[in-house]
Design a protein around this ligand. Structure first.
Ligand code: ADP
Length: 396
């Protein structure tokens, strides 16, 4: 091999190695060799592990051929042949002098792709109107196939790593959850046990007022325990999709005002402002949507104490958009992507009790309505939950 070629290959190799995005790497492979190896289209077919059929993983139109990227069907039968034989296949057209459109005649070449040592697909290039592939072209295509397979291996590795990260995060959350939940269950149980034991003591008599006070604590703690268990069951049911939603036309403004009124009976000091621009009924499960708003109120009370709550409603395209904003401390940006995950709680010093289930439950409910919910937050400014529910959806 001459030094110029070697230098070129070396530069190319280095460039491909640096590409994080595998598709950008593929572009480099095919575009950089166009000076010495001309073809019109290239496509990479991979065996779909589930269906065992071929899927187009990458396709690019380079020249005269008008086949768009999406239409890579031209190479599929050759790709099948390559995969069946496990060898390169070259298909040159049989030329006759009377051929009306020589430019339309296709010259195809296909190479097997071995990913992780396993035959996993094929690379096919097409050239319209010749000339026939030279030995050098065939060798270049072979090199491209080798690089392409390496990039696909890199893609698979990146995907596997992302999946592993997600599983590991889930496992960490489960671990945290076990310790949170045992703490959360023990605390109310501790109160209930402590105060009932005190009341039952034979050697002490309690005046009526103290008895009532103890019984109140027992009552509240039992409620807390019930809520906690309900949340856990609810999140498990939502996750396994075993909940039946009862859809009916509802006025979300009325529902929200109801929830707010109920909350205000316990928290008269809470400042809530409504700004409802346009109101239209939606199809929804009133009980479940009340649960969503209850959670948002309860979070604002817990994590933005003393803050004002501003609730707006407006139509945004096909959706009714509700924004639920507080002007509390806000949430650091790094934590925002995980807020709706099951068991997720923003790390840090914890004085507020919780399980990390509330927002997960909210999201599941909103998604069952074919809607969406997300959060925006700025430190020192506050937190806004935005929810969109489809208007005028046919009943499920
Ligand atoms: P929990 O309240 O049980 O921890 P959630 O799923 O309801 O679980 O909330 C997840 C986390 O999101 C909370 O732990 C809290 O850190 C954060 N969070 C939720 N709402 C707000 C809010 N309005 N302001 C600041 N942080 C919030």
């Amino acid at each position: 091999m001459d030094t110029v070629t070697l230098t070129l290959l070396n530069e190319l190799f280095e460039e491909i190695q640096k590409k994080h995005d595998w598709k950008a790497g593929m572009d480099t492979i095919f575009l950089s060799m166009r000076g010495s190896f001309v073809f019109d289209n290239v496509a990479i077919y991979l065996i779909d592990p589930r269906t065992k059929g071929l899927e187009v993983a990458y396709a690019r139109a380079m020249g005269r051929g008008k086949n768009a990227e999406a239409e890579a069907a031209w190479g599929e039968s050759l790709a099948n042949e390559v995969i069946t034989t496990g060898k390169k296949v070259i298909k040159e057209p049989v030329l006759g002098s009377e051929d009306p459109d020589r430019l339309a005649l296709a010259h195809l070449i296909g190479f097997p792709l071995f990913v992780g040592g396993k035959l996993n697909g094929a690379l096919v290039v097409i050239r319209f109107g010749g000339p026939a592939y030279s030995m050098q072209h065939i060798q270049m295509a072979s090199l491209q196939a080798f690089w392409a397979a390496t990039l696909i291996e890199r893609r698979d590795l990146q995907e596997a790593r992302a999946e592993l990260d997600s599983v590991q995060r889930q496992m960490r959350l489960q671990d945290d959850f076990v310790s949170t939940i045992s703490h959360e269950l023990r605390t109310p149980l501790g109160f209930i046990k402590g105060y009932s034991t005190s009341l039952l003591r034979q050697d002490t008599t309690w005046d009526l007022e103290t008895q009532r006070e103890f019984l109140n604590i027992i009552d509240e703690e039992a409620d807390r325990l019930t809520r906690l268990i309900e949340d856990m069951l609810e999140s498990a049911r939502l996750q396994s999709k075993t909940i039946q939603f009862k859809f009916a036309p509802i006025r979300l403004d009325a529902l929200l005002r109801d929830v707010a009124t109920r909350i205000k009976t316990h928290r008269p000091e809470l400042k809530i402002t409504f700004n409802f621009e346009s109101l239209t009924p939606i199809q929804g499960d009133a009980m479940r949507l009340s649960q969503v708003f209850n959670n948002l109120f309860s979070n604002a009370i817990k994590y933005a104490p003393g803050a004002e709550i501003l609730i707006s409603m407006a139509i945004a395209g096909d959706y009714l958009r509700v924004t639920f904003a507080d002007n509390g401390e806000g949430i650091p940006e790094d934590y925002l992507p995980f807020l709706f995950e099951r068991f997720y709680r923003v790390p840090g010093e914890r004085t507020v009790t919780g399980t990390g289930l509330g927002l997960y439950i909210c999201k599941q409910i909103v998604m069952a309505h074919h809607g969406n919910i997300w959060v925006e937050s700025e430190l020192g400014q506050g937190t806004t939950f935005i929810m969109e529910l489809p208007i005028d959806r046919p009943q499920i």
